[in-house]
Design a protein around this ligand. Structure first.
Ligand code: ZN
Length: 226
């Protein structure tokens, strides 16, 4: 089980790292990195981790990880009583959980910090380039939206995602409810009537429905609120 955990963990995490998404804020970069990385974990690995991925994310978000050298990180325990050393190359951590053969939350925390630093560095160099175009960033947002909506954990799914879709020769603002393959389920946002009343809109199926299935590629200006 240990051998499976280490080799498979590293392979999955390396594959996941290949499409990390850029962001301008460090804590949202960590969250986006985590979403993409965790989303690619197999069911077996998730079982093996038994919630450590989210505890690792918490450590990363709360500033427990300090880069020491190369791929070595110092990670403070949740209660700040201990500091453990994580070596990402050697896949080790000095904590008791790791000694028992588990992939500990400190390794996950250190990996998330390393990968989100890489993501924000590559984002900065992209920002400096004048050839950055809107279509790329829309595709990136779609990937993030997909990762959020399809996440297995409630914690990662907590978000409201809005987009604009072409509708009846005009555009409509919708909430994105789910994303599956090439299609998205969207719901028209309610409107405010007489300044006080919130009333639903039924723009789909001849005015019968507030929700509809549309092509994922038709979602424009995707905005994610967390
Ligand atoms: Zn550890």
């Amino acid at each position: 089980m240990y051998a499976y955990g280490v080799t498979k963990f590293i392979r999955e995490i390396m594959e996941a790292g290949q499409s990390l998404l850029p962001s301008s804020h460090s804590s949202s970069t960590i969250e986006q990195t985590a979403r993409v990385v965790f989303e690619r974990f197999s069911e077996r690995l998730k079982k093996l981790l038994n919630g450590r991925e989210e505890r690792g994310l918490k450590l990363a978000l709360e500033g427990h990880v300090k880069h020491t050298s190369q791929r070595i990180f110092s990670v403070r325990s949740e209660n700040n009583q201990h500091a453990y050393l994580v070596d990402l190359d050697r896949k080790t951590c000095t904590c008791p959980d790791c000694q028992k053969g588990h992939i500990c939350k400190h390794r996950i925390a250190a990996y998330l910090i390393e990968q989100s630093n890489l993501a924000s560095n590559s984002n900065q160099s992209q920002d400096a380039s004048p050839s950055t175009n809107g279509a790329d960033s829309d595709n990136g947002k779609l990937d993030v939206a997909r990762a959020i909506l399809n996440a297995r954990s409630q914690f990662l799914r907590e978000a409201i995602i809005y987009a604009r879709i072409p509708h009846g020769g005009d555009h409509l603002i919708v909430e994105v409810i789910s994303l599956n393959g090439d299609t998205a389920t969207v719901r028209a946002l309610p409107i405010i009537k007489d300044g006080t009343q919130i009333v639903p809109q039924f723009p789909f199926q001849d005015g019968q429905s507030s929700a509809s299935i549309v092509l994922a590629s038709s979602l424009l200006d995707i905005t994610i609120y967390r």
